[in-house]
Ligand binder design. Sequence first.
Ligand SMILES: Nc1nc2c(c(=O)[nH]1)N[C@H]1C(S)=C(S)[C@@H](COP(=O)(O)O)O[C@H]1N2
Ligand SMILES: [Mo]
Length: 356
Amino acid sequence: MSSPSSSGLLVRTHQPQNLESPFSALHGATTPNDRFFVRSHFDPPQFDRETWRLRVQGLSGKPIALSLDDIEKIAPSTQTAVIECSGNGRLFLDTAPEGVQWELGAIGCASWTGVRLAAVLDHAGIQHDALELVFEGADHGVPEKSLKPKGEIHYARSLPLPIARQPEILLAYKMNGESLPAAHGAPLRLIVPGWYGVSSVKWLAKITAVKEQFQGYFQTVEYAYWKDRGNGSIERVPITTLSIKSQISQPAVNEQIPLGVPYRIRGAAWTANAEITTVEVSVDGGVTWTQANLDPPGERNSWRLWECNWTPAAAGAYTLMSRARDSAGRVQPSRHDENHESYMIHHTLPITVKVA
Ligand SMILES: Nc1nc2c(c(=O)[nH]1)N[C@H]1C(S)=C(S)[C@@H](COP(=O)(O)O)O[C@H]1N2
Ligand SMILES: [Mo]
């Protein structure tokens, strides 16, 4: 069930607000703010610029509280990064799982400006023997899923300290050069390039250094999966880095394509901690593959656009697929990993079209 909203986003749910980007409108290195998908578990919290504070507390010394002025005095840093919801593509799974029914558009790429998290941590004097940092949003409510706690909770996620200190991790107050929109976490959000969107906590209110692994709801129940340890046992682990993936933006699902006319198949590909090196396209459901032309690579954690020409020679139904490879030797798989439940859906997605 979806309907077009005024801004050209598809409304998947009104409350909380879950809006899908029209992936077929993909047209550049970054997604415009009014076309960027929104994934929120609770209503956006109100804030007042004057009284708003980011609290940083932990194991060492006194907790600190930073105002927006304090944060804007720190040297700014800008990063382009893909944000993909780990439930993106859920509509392609055979069984109808719980969760927002995303097709291809729970992803966007934006340029994020803010301050390096490491600079704030240095300022706060976080002890180096902390294991993780817990990032808490100001938003709160009762989760949507059937397995959930009784009362209200805040949105919260953690990162291991060595990850949090990496220079690309930002506390962002700008998105594509404009002030961060309310739906995307104003006044301040975490941006974790190369990780699924779940880690990029919006409406950031509190950072807490802890010595044990964080066991919060969005860390262990939702946005977690069973990992096979290979020795006969499995463990519950949080979703972390992006899986290699490519998606076809044109044609759109169920598009009608004219017979005998050159058509340009387009899309984007992305991965984590590596570069996209190849994208192949199939128009026969994965039997034969042709190499696509890649745009020049962008920044490390952005997506790489690609295109491929196709002149359909016969009328009928076709299944198109794309398959990416990266510099770390990873290849997009042909099937969804069932252990990932309805998350990390990154197999070669079948796009069915009609030629007439
Ligand atoms: N505070 C807070 N942060 C959050 C969320 C949320 O519901 N509350 N959703 C997360 C999820 S699951 C995703 S995919 C991204 C979506 O970011 P966007 O809405 O800016 O696209 O934000 C993440 N950060
Ligand atoms: Mo997400």
